[in-house]
Structure formats: C-alpha cells, structure tokens
Design a protein around this ligand. Structure first.
Ligand code: C2O
Ligand code: CU
Ligand code: CU
Length: 527
C-alpha cells in the first residue's frame, strides 16, 4: 500500500527512504507542500459522478467550414467536493469542449485569450499558444511555442482536417508556461470522423466517450498546488478523469469506445481492468490500427492517445469494474489512491444496439502503416537526456532556437522524403514521451525488438522509458518548421524542445511566427 506524502511525514519513513521520496520534496524542501490537502480530506474513490466533456458548438457554418469561438478564461470550478478551485478553461469548462470535425471539412477556431493579465497565485503572465496535437497544421497554426497570444488578444487557427479519423487534442503550448496552463485546465479533445471509421460498426455517439487522464495536487483551500521547484516533474495524489477525481460512470450492457488521452504533466499510466479482462485497443495517436489488439496492460504517457473498447455485456447488472493504474517503472510517484483511475457501474437500461462491434480488420490501408523501411533515405538520432542540470535533445534546448531568431533546427528532411528517426533515452533515471509535430509515424522497433502490440498503429508520440530506444518511420508531407519535444510538460517548458524543418526546394514553408495574434478591445469581449 503506497503511503501518501503526509503519511511519510507522520511515520518518519522519510529519513531512511530517500530513494522512494517524492522528488518534489527532496528538491523543493517541504515548503511548497506545507499547505497540501491531507489525504483524509480527499474524496474516496468512486464517490464522484463521471462527467462528459461538452461538445463544442460552431458559431457559424458554411458549405466547406465550421467556425468556432473559444475563450480561454479563468473559472471557479469544483473538483474536490465542497471546495472551489480556480481553473483556466477553454470556453468555461475543464476539460474544454470536444470539437467534432469531419475529414475534408475545414475548422476555424478563434481562440480568445481572456485570461487575467497575471496568474493570481503563480504570478506569471498567462500567454497562450494553441496546439492541435495530432493535426498536420500549417506552421503558423500549429501552436508554435513562441507564437504567443497575450491576455487581451485572439488568434484564428485554421485546420484543414485532411487526415484520417483520429483522436486529437488541443492544448496550450505557450513558451515556458505550458505546464501551468495545461495543469489549470487548458486541454481538450478534438475528433476527426471519416466514412471508413463510421462504417466499421465501432461505437459512436453516446457510446464514443472522450476520457482525459490526468492528476493533480491540491492545497488545503482547494486550489491547485503547482510548483516548479523541481523541474523533473510534478506528480499528483489525486487521479482525474475529465477533471473529476476517481469518477464512477454508469454504463449499459454493451460495447463502449473510450478515447484515452493522457494529459498529466509528468505521470505515466499503466492501465488495466480489475475484472482481468483485456483492453481492446482499436486506435493509436494517428487513428485506427490495422487490426484490434487485446492487452492486459496499456502503458501511456502525456501526449499519447489510445482508443479502447470495453464490452460491458459480459458483466452482470450491478457489477462494478475498475480501471486500475499500475505506475510504470521507475519514476512515477505513487500515493494512497493513485493505483486507480475510475469505475464503471453496469446498469440494466435498454440501449441502442447499432455500432456495437469490433471488426477483425480496421484500417490496414493507413498510409503510415504502409511506409516501407527500404524507402527511408536517412536515419537520424535524437538523444533525450539531462546535461548540466538541463533537459536537452541532442544537447540543445529551445534557447538555441530563440537565440537564432527561430532559425536553428536539429534536422532538415526534404519534402516527400521518408526517414527513420531514432529516439533514444540513454539514462536510467527518467522517461520521456518523444513527440514530433506534423507527422504520423510507425514504430519500427523498441530496444531492437518489435513494438508493443498495442503500439502497432499510427503514432505521433513514443513512450521512451528508462534506457529505451525507439525507431520510427515517417514521411514528410508538410513544409516548414515544426517542434519536436519531450511531452513531460515540465521538461518541455524547461527546455526540452527543439525544431526541425521540412525543406521543399519548390515551395518554401510558411513562417511559424508569420501570423500573429490580434488585440481586441475590452468593449468587444469574446462571444
Ligand atoms: Cu501535445 Cu507539442 O504537443
Ligand atoms: Cu503535437
Ligand atoms: Cu522528458
């Protein structure tokens, strides 16, 4: 039974157990956690009802595009029952509204930054940059970290939605404050649907459920506890699904499709069902897999998405099934209830029986899954590690990018080329989710062995566990500069981020800093 931080203090386990200590404390001393909400005041798991993220409503639609206005604003929400928590929201909810897109139909989102000029407790200016993670956006609409929108400004983001059906997510990417902004709530899902995905008979509508998986620590007054004293990361003692602590969801006796998106700052997850039944994975970051894969344990970390099917028809009415978490080694922090995420209570209600299948074949024609290794014209290596007290990729950070006026790149693949990239974590100390913007890739190998069976699908973020090396194959079909970074958001902010540039001799790429935000007058507030 893992001990809470508080228990550690009480029982004095501290002194002799330096290795098992939450590192937050080691580095920051105890000051940042002096006001931490005690475990006894936290809700018991499975006492708070599950809630679905709202679906975004367009302000206008035309024959070819849907237009949205989303206001980033501060709200007072209730995460822990009986406590108010200051949050940053997309459009007034945490998580923000799910944008439902159709392949081939453009979406334009006007993102207003209506956050306060200064974060009320952390004291920084909450500039934003919105990244649609999983989208092949033009550089100027990709949420480039240094292309910030200040409080009192808005920016229009254009998304062509040319890619196949998938679970994307949009989240803050503002330079140096992504962690705070995302932790306070600036994260939400975005789904592209397409005819193939809609023809397979997999669950849709009510049975297609977005789940944002994260964690948090709270102060005694209910506010979020955030500290950067430890740049290695921040691990919460409260597990959140869609911003609810250990929620319980009522489910009917049929198949559900859950779109899992790991959005915790630093925690990774090892998900399983307490019934012992496997999770059936049907899609990875970039959409449907060639075929479904059953797994007893699904490991994922910030940035990664997996769509899974759980068939509740095999359970009795009244039965409770728990989605458990077994923290992947070694650098997670476990507390009293971090070993569970949420519960499902099976109810006897009648249900719609359509789209209640998992076909044996999903999307074998996915272009990324059909890339051939023999077509790769180059192999490049990206080493994620720590050097001189800094998180670096190939010994560089975003500082080099800024100092070069955004010219410095780690790689310049040519438009249309296929390449092999090797992401390497040579250290035993930490894990890093390696994420490349723009592209979908196929994992060729993990430590020289085949990828995990559930990773055999289009991906854009690869879990780099301790001492792991992952080789991926991708084809560059955009142009211009795109970020590549660690998706442990605290590493990303300090400063484990670089960029690459796709070069097309016939057509230069757009400038990621080329379309800046516009100021709005307080008299024309966001709609
Ligand atoms: Cu989800 Cu550049 O990140
Ligand atoms: Cu991304
Ligand atoms: Cu990292």
């Amino acid at each position: 039974m893992p001990l809470s931080r508080r228990d550690l203090i009480k029982t004095g386990v501290f002194a002799g157990a330096a290795l098992s200590l939450p590192l937050n404390r080691v580095v920051s001393g105890q000051s940042a956690f002096a006001n931490q909400m005690p475990t006894s005041k936290l809700p018991k798991p499975f006492t708070v009802p599950f809630s679905r993220a709202p679906i975004a409503v367009p302000v206008r639609t035309t024959g070819t595009a849907d237009y949205y206005h989303i206001e980033s604003k501060m709200i007072s929400g209730e995460i822990l029952p009986g406590f108010k928590t200051m949050l940053f929201s997309y459009g007034g909810s945490v998580p923000g509204p799910v944008i439902k897109a159709t392949r081939g139909r453009e979406v334009v989102v006007r993102h207003w930054n209506n956050l306060p000029a200064v974060h009320p407790t952390l004291g920084y200016e909450p500039w934003t940059s919105v990244h649609l993670h999983g989208g092949a956006s033009l550089p100027q609409y990709d949420g480039y970290a240094s292309d910030v929108t200040l409080p009192g400004q808005f920016k229009d983001y254009h998304y062509p939605n040319q890619q196949c059906a998938r679970t994307l997510w949009y989240h803050d990417h503002g330079i140096h404050h992504t962690a705070e902004n995302a932790y306070h709530g600036l994260a939400a899902q975005y789904h592209i649907h397409d005819p193939l995905e809609q023809s397979l008979g997999i669950p849709q509508g009510e049975f297609d459920v977005a789940l944002m998986l994260s964690d948090a620590v709270f102060n005694k007054d209910g506010s979020l506890l955030f500290t950067l004293a430890n740049q290695k990361g921040l691990w919460g003692d409260v597990m959140l699904v869609n911003g609810r602590p250990w929620p319980v969801m009522q489910v009917k006796r049929r198949k559900y499709r859950f779109r899992l998106c790991a959005s915790a700052l630093s925690r990774s997850f090892g998900l399983s069902l307490d019934s012992g039944d496997p999770l059936v994975v049907i899609a990875t970051d970039g959409g449907l897999m060639p075929a479904p894969v059953s797994t007893n344990m699904l490991r994922m970390m910030s940035g990664e998405r997996y769509e899974i099917i759980i068939d509740f028809s095999k359970y009795a009415v009244g039965q409770r099934i728990v989605l458990k978490n077994t923290s992947p080694s070694n650098n997670n922090r476990d507390f009293v209830n971090t070993n569970k995420m949420m519960a499902f209570d099976v109810i006897g209600d009648t249900f719609d029986t359509t789209n209640n299948e998992v076909p044996a074949v999903l999307n074998p024609a996915d272009p990324v899954m059909n890339l051939r290794k023999a077509d790769a014209v180059k192999t490049r290596e990206f080493l994620f590690h720590r050097k001189g007290g800094q998180w670096v990729i190939n010994d560089t950070t975003w500082k080099e990018v800024e100092d070069s006026n955004f010219e410095f790149v780690l790689a310049s693949p040519r438009y249309g080329d296929t390449e092999i990239w090797e992401f390497k974590n040579s250290a035993g100390g930490w894990f890093h989710p390696a994420h490349a913007h723009l592209v979908d890739f196929r994992i060729l190998s993990r430590n020289g062995l085949p990828p995990m069976p559930y990773e055999v699908g289009p991906k854009d973020t690869a879990y780099l566990g301790e001492n792991e090396t992952v080789r991926v194959l991708m084809k560059f079909e955009g142009r211009g500069k795109y970020m590549i970074h660690c998706h442990n958001i605290i590493h990303e902010d300090h400063d484990m981020m670089a960029q690459y540039e796709v070069i097309d001799p016939l057509r230069p790429g757009d400038d990621p800093m080329g379309t800046r935000a516009t100021a709005y007058l307080p008299t024309t507030p966001p709609v």
